[in-house]
Design a protein around this ligand. Structure first.
Ligand code: KIV
Length: 244
């Protein structure tokens, strides 16, 4: 799976073999330049969702329920879910499980496929004091393993495991009947997800250990812009053929 937030990239991804697109609330960081995902609202997620669905109508599109949108009681959570599903989402992803089990169960019973997200939950970054690997000690690992099993019992169709030790992710994957999708969780998960801009190498200043750049996007974009700039300043663009 790959994240995507806009129409242009969604059109490209629709021509790929990728199994699913996540309209992640990482949009807050990648597209809006915030230092966390906390600023994302249901309205912003709706706009990103509509753009992605327009670009990739044939793909399975999962959408993040943003910070606190599922923690204000069941009716408010269902209202938020309705907005995102009406925008074209095929499934919703919720971070964590403790304290909103009722929401997850109600969504799945309402016919909305739910993906869980445990391990490092970016919406809890303030509680962690930073983006840190989770589940390194026995107690913390047990909590994550329990949450995975609760998610399966509540009807989640899959679960994202973010930034946990590879051995823990492998054990959880073996214990569950639903697929695990890893990010920074090693090769033992059933699938993997990366943020599109990370896999394209678009950010020169951000190189998390788990995010392999499969392309030198930043350098390639800067080279293209430099060529345009030079062509304009040396008078070689636009040419006669490029003029009316
Ligand atoms: O918002 C996001 O991009 C995510 C992925 C990191 C799984 O939740």
């Amino acid at each position: 799976m790959i994240t995507c937030y806009d129409y242009t990239f969604a059109r490209l991804l629709s021509k790929s073999a990728i199994d699913g697109i996540l309209v992640g609330d990482s949009a807050g960081m990648v597209m809006h330049g915030h230092s966390s995902t906390l600023s994302m609202s249901v309205e912003l997620m709706r706009l990103h969702t509509e753009a992605v669905v327009r670009g990739a109508p044939g793909k399975f599109v999962i959408v993040d329920m943003p910070f606190l949108s599922f923690r204000k009681g069941l009716p408010a959570a269902l209202d938020a879910a309705q907005i995102l599903m009406s925008a074209g989402a095929h499934a919703l992803k919720l971070e964590g499980v403790d304290g909103h089990e009722d929401v997850i169960q109600s969504l799945t019973q309402s016919g909305i496929p739910v993906m869980g997200h445990i391990g490092l939950q970016p919406q809890s970054v303030r509680a962690y004091g930073g983006f840190k690997v989770q589940g390194r000690n026995g107690d913390a690992a047990q909590v994550i393993a329990r949450q995975a099993s609760v998610l399966e019992k509540l009807g989640a169709f899959a679960v994202v495991l973010e930034c946990i030790p590879a051995a823990l992710a492998r054990d959880i994957t073996k214990a569950l009947n639903i697929p695990t999708i890893g990010i920074g969780a090693g090769a033992g998960c059933d699938g993997q997800i990366l943020v599109l801009q990370d896999l394209l190498g678009m950010n020169m200043d951000f190189h998390p250990k788990f995010a392999r750049p499969f392309f030198d996007g930043a350098r390639t974009v800067l080279d293209a812009v430099a060529h345009f700039d030079e062509a304009v300043k040396t008078g070689t663009f636009p040419s006669i053929e490029e003029s009316y």
